[in-house]
Design a protein around this ligand. Structure first.
Ligand SMILES: Cc1cc2nc3c(=O)[nH]c(=O)nc-3n(C[C@H](O)[C@H](O)[C@H](O)COP(=O)(O)OP(=O)(O)OC[C@H]3O[C@@H](n4cnc5c(N)ncnc54)[C@H](O)[C@@H]3O)c2cc1C
Ligand code: SF4
Length: 501
């Protein structure tokens, strides 16, 4: 007798072992998971509600489901093997480093056996990645083109659709002042969400707002979320994907990561839907569709393999030797008068979500130039987001956001206020001046940026992609401005550390 063990991030019925008409299904709702760190309450509500909804759907279809609610996986397996001694369980390979071995030990020590099969939540295999990229440094663009060729997505024979692999230069617009992104669909949840929320509210220490939950928790809801994105937001996804607006937390982003990462959607189906919209509908530009396909087919798959290749060292990587903890503003949007950061931390608190540019150019950029350790930042992201899982959060934060390693990021994503001022509407209403570098009102991003470059000059100056910015640093040094800038950076760090920035 084989039982499919369905983990909380493997809820797909369309592929993998659940698609093969299993005799029996096991789900273990282990409460200890919720206590490992201060998670966002909406993340806990999402995963546990989605598991219960899947259980109900399977039972309604006549599948024998064993659903164990307990403290730990170990306790859940004790209960399972008490009544089903010697069973074989089959599970999809969990993407977290070392997790498959840990699960096998748990099962075998209880007299069962565990068969680990390919994880179908990803399109590409480790063998393909190794074959295409070899040894580090790993280049995303090489990987992305190889996957396009392999899958034929957005290909015109041997050439990329439209003649270019990448339309990034058309995807850097800011919306007009009166722009409103389309409203989002709302979902009905029934009793399970309320039950889980009550437990979370009463028993678990979390960070974030429990109310306002609006994430898909079933396959049907995830399909609706996908339909809605393709129908309404995909056309403008490309041009505005790098923009930041104070009053629009999602703009035209898909909001599909939470569903993709727990198996309610498949990566190839979302890619195919976007491509079909481009081929079948007017007004869906190639640069939007290619931009979206690159995120899912390129970045999502790439990060998964980079994690696989670089762990366990990736989690503790800190090539710049950063030493600070995160300042209080990461937990309290009111602990700073920086309009952009306060808004972005508020988005995370409210929903466990911020879009990619907020994550990279605000939340990570500040921590990087402030000198916070990649590990402190990783822990914050891991706890704060509804779509965070170790395999995806760690490479994104430690590698891309905090430049803890150069295994796949060729330069740090550090920037001054210039970027935020160009891409957002935050600066107009901010206490700080984006054009000033020194003085009480100078935007903190400016002094931190130049100070960061000066601090890590030995390491970064020789990077050919940093030549231009170092020539600007030289100008500041030659003009005798650098000492005052670095003094302002120290004052900014002190103020941030004491919650007064
Ligand atoms: C510092 C930092 C931390 C991040 N943490 C996470 C995380 O915990 N979980 C997570 O899923 N993504 C993470 N990302 C990647 C990306 O920001 C999110 O996937 C995206 O913002 C999710 O929102 P969306 O679904 O609206 O995405 P969209 O902007 O609509 O993009 C479409 C899809 O592309 C995929 N995608 C895009 N970029 C990436 C990427 N760099 N890595 C993996 N998938 C990508 C996601 O599945 C996403 O749903 C992080 C990025 C950064 C810079
Ligand atoms: S001035 Fe600086 S802190 Fe204020 S919104 Fe602009 S970039 Fe952010």
């Amino acid at each position: 007798m084989t039982t499919v063990w369905v983990l909380g991030d493997q809820l797909s019925r369309r592929r993998g072992p659940l698609a093969d008409d299993p005799d029996r299904v096991l789900l273990v709702e282990a409460r200890a998971f919720a206590e490992r760190r201060r998670y966002h309450p909406q993340k806990l509500a999402l995963v546990f509600t989605a598991m219960r909804r899947l259980r109900d759907e399977l039972r309604a279809d006549g599948v024998d489901v064993v659903y164990e609610r307990c403290e730990t996986f170990g306790e859940g397996l004790d209960a399972y093997f008490d009544t089903h001694p010697g069973d074989e369980l089959v599970v999809q390979r969990p993407p977290a480093h070392g997790a498959a071995d840990r699960l096998r030990d748990l099962v075998e020590s209880r007299g069962g056996s565990l068969r680990v099969v390919r994880n179908r939540n990803f399109l590409t295999t480790r063998e393909q990645f190794d074959g295409w990229l070899g040894d580090p440094p790993f280049e995303h663009e090489t990987f992305y083109r190889a996957v396009r060729r392999e899958t034929g997505y957005l290909m015109d024979g041997d050439d990329p659709e439209g003649g270019e692999w990448n339309y990034d230069d058309r995807n850097r617009e800011t919306p007009p002042d009166d722009y409103e992104s389309p409203p989002l669909p709302a979902f009905e949840y029934g009793d399970h969400l309320a039950d889980v929320q009550e437990w979370v509210r009463e028993d678990v220490e979390t960070w974030g707002d429990l109310q306002g939950f609006n994430w898909p928790v079933t396959r049907a809801q995830a399909e609706r979320a996908l339909d809605d994105f393709v129908e309404n937001r995909l056309p403008d996804f490309g041009p505005y994907q790098d923009a930041l607006l104070a009053d629009d937390w999602h703009l035209d982003h898909s909001l599909l990561s939470s569903a993709l990462n727990i198996g309610l959607l498949d990566p190839d189906e979302v890619v195919e839907r976007a491509i079909a919209a481009y081929r079948e509908r007017d007004g869906v530009p190639l640069h939007s569709v290619e931009g979206f396909v690159r995120q899912v087919l390129g970045w999502r798959e790439f990060m998964r393999h980079v994690y696989d290749r670089e762990m366990p060292g990736l989690a503790s990587a800190n090539q710049l030797g950063a030493e600070r903890d995160l300042p209080p503003l990461y937990w309290d949007p009111d602990a700073t008068e920086m309009a952009c950061l306060s808004s972005s931390v508020g988005h995370v608190y409210d929903r466990g979500y911020a879009h990619h540019i907020e994550r990279l150019m605000l939340l990570s950029n500040f921590a990087l130039t402030y000198g916070a350790t990649p590990q402190a930042l990783n822990e914050w992201f891991y706890g704060g987001f509804v779509d965070a899982y170790h395999w995806v959060v760690t490479p994104n934060v430690v590698g891309m956001g905090a430049f803890g390693t150069d295994a796949f990021t060729s330069k740090p994503y550090a920037s001054s206020a210039n970027y935020v001022n160009r891409m957002s509407d935050h600066c107009g209403g901010c206490r700080y001046d984006p054009d000033a570098t020194t003085g009480e009102r100078a935007c903190p991003f400016n002094s931190l940026y130049w100070d960061f470059l000066a601090e890590h000059e030995d390491r970064l100056r020789s990077n050919h992609r940093m030549g231009l910015v170092y020539s600007h640093l030289d100008d500041k040094r030659d003009a005798g401005d650098l000492a005052a800038i670095r003094k302002r950076a120290r004052a900014v760090r002190d103020a941030a550390a004491s919650g007064d920035l």
